[in-house]
Write a protein that binds this ligand. Structure first.
Ligand code: C2O
Ligand code: CU
Length: 532
């Protein structure tokens, strides 16, 4: 009998509560903790939007010839405006869920995959049992009920699987969607001019099937890097655009690839939003660094362009400071179509991401607003540990990616990972070991780590690059967006980043981890606990 049948039986009045399967894990000191998630619709939760999402394997015509086997979330709107659920055409990705701040959302997640899964709502401030912690993963045939109120600022959030050790392959096979909290801001492009752009790199074999890591430890150490780009889950990365102003909601949904995004028409990248919503005012950058998990909202005006003009969104070459696999990132520089070929893995290579072709249609020309939102900076003096921030070292130890020397344990939480509810703290993240490591060996295993904390948005208050190689920093320095609200930031080798945040509303266990999904799967993830 699976959990669903249990619940149906209990609905018939059979007292089966005591039989409900609860998952037991041993903590490091041998104690058992019982994990009870949310498997039933709560009658007193009045959902404004009620959605069913079923994760299953399916086939999709991505190329001519064979169909491609993918995983996808099949959505069904049970309650809510039609506009709250949008499918991405010709894509395995999605859906795009569009909601308003303050709305109550219910998502009934059915797992029809062969392995366990769970949905993480990346960037949302919701209770731990709704956040998609790996301990709440459900097996094939089971259902999990997510119920939460949207209390985040309007912005571009996303969702994806988060099961322990197999997040990388599940996202890779196609499971990811956007969760947009609308701002209804009439100064910004909307409707067809408000366009999601989800960037992912993939490898396909001759039969059009996805190729993941080739069971190669070094490959997993580095993380997956593909040889072609898909945009919104579609290999066709050419977009027709009107002579109009656009708002692009860009998500780096790649497992490991970092992009250095730039336009090829010489125009700067106009950033209007980050992970946690709109900036106070637009920021112009020659290029923008976007690490896995991060979002950026970009303003682009095609209004003055001639019909037929094609503008490329590119990723420029950069040095990410990697020194994996001996000899300063020299491993397998096999180039193909401007990117690496399978087996030859490298970040930081130049290639075209997408093309925007201007049609003869005239859309709406808009003026870039000078103010977009109000962001109150969190005062470092308000942090309980302002004199002595917690430190988190991200590094490689004996072929393992670790945080302060530790890897993930399902419910394991150390003293240095416990925080108090209703406090503000500063955390410092360091890409490098704490000096007790193996010196030279550590140096040869240096990689960028996109750091992500669940359950909240934070502000970046310091990015110290004094420990970095100057030549590395020079190639990326103009692309960092430290303004605004963030939930993910890029930590390059030698870099130190201080963030500030407030722990409020919810207690319990959340994870924080490297958003290079292969690093995460290898254990570069830990729990933090908010305690009352
Ligand atoms: Cu988008 Cu824990 O991840
Ligand atoms: Cu990492």
């Amino acid at each position: 009998m699976n959990r669903k049948e249990f619940l149906q039986n209990s609905a018939k009045g059979v007292a089966l509560t005591t039989l409900l399967p609860s998952l037991a894990f041993c903590t490091s000191n041998g104690q058992q903790k019982t994990i009870q998630g949310n498997y039933q619709v709560s009658d007193n939760f009045k959902a404004d939007v009620d959605i069913e999402l079923t994760a299953s394997q399916s086939e999709l015509q991505l190329f001519s010839g064979n169909q491609t086997r993918v995983y996808s979330y099949q959505p069904k709107l049970l309650k809510g405006e039609k506009s709250s659920l949008e499918k991405l055409p010709g894509s395995y990705l999605g859906p795009v869920i569009r909601v308003q701040k303050g709305q109550k959302i219910r998502v009934r997640f059915n797992n029809q995959l062969s392995r366990e899964s769970v949905i993480h709502w990346h960037g949302l401030h919701i209770p731990p049992e709704m956040d998609g912690h790996p301990m709440y993963a459900i097996e094939n045939g089971e259902q999990y009920i997510y119920e939460f109120e949207v209390n985040n600022q309007p912005g571009t959030y996303w969702f994806h699987p988060h099961p322990d050790k197999i997040t990388g392959p599940q996202v890779y096979q196609g499971l990811a969607g956007l969760f947009i909290v609308e701002d209804n801001n009439s100064d910004l492009p909307s409707g067809e001019y408000d366009v999601p752009l989800i960037l992912q790199d993939r490898i396909f074999d001759d039969n059009n099937q996805l190729v993941y890591l080739q069971n190669n430890r070094m490959g997993q150490m580095q993380g997956f890097l593909g040889n072609r780009i898909l945009m919104n889950g579609n290999p066709d990365t050419t977009f027709n655009v009107s002579k109009s102003t656009y708002r692009f909601r860009v998500l780096n949904g790649s497992n490991s690839r970092i992009y250095k995004m730039a336009w090829d028409d010489g125009e700067e990248v106009t950033v209007i939003g980050t992970d946690g919503g709109l900036l106070e005012k637009p920021v112009k950058k020659p290029y923008l660094m976007l690490a896995p998990g991060q979002r950026a909202e970009i303003w682009k005006d095609f209004a003055g362009q001639n019909t037929g003009t094609e503008i490329q969104l590119q990723s420029l070459a950069f040095n990410d400071g990697t020194s994996m696999g001996m000899g300063g990132g020299m491993m397998g520089r096999g180039m193909m179509g401007g990117m690496t070929q399978p087996g030859g893995v490298e970040n930081g290579i130049a290639f075209d991401v997408a093309a925007f072709k201007v049609t003869e249609n005239t859309g709406k020309k808009m003026e870039l607003p000078s103010t977009l939102s109000t962001i109150t900076p969190i005062n470092p003096a308000d942090a309980v540990n302002s004199a002595n921030p917690r430190q988190f070292y991200f590094y490689n130890q004996r072929m393992q990616w670790v945080i302060n020397g530790e890897t993930f344990g399902m419910t394991e939480v150390a003293e240095w990972e416990k925080v108090k509810l209703n406090t503000t703290e500063i955390w410092e993240f360091i890409n490098g070991d704490d000096g007790r490591g193996m010196g030279m060996m550590q140096d040869m295993m240096r990689m960028p780590h996109p750091v992500h904390l669940h359950g909240l948005q934070f502000q970046i208050i310091d990015r110290d690059v004094s420990g970095m190689e100057r030549t590395v920093w020079e190639t990326v320095k103009d692309g960092f967006m430290d303004e605004g609200w963030q939930d993910t930031f890029l930590l390059l080798p030698g870099m130190k980043v201080k963030i500030i945040m407030r722990f409020k509303d919810f207690t319990g266990l959340y994870v924080y981890h490297c958003h290079n999904l292969e690093h995460e799967d290898m254990g570069m993830m830990r729990n933090y606990e908010v305690i009352d």
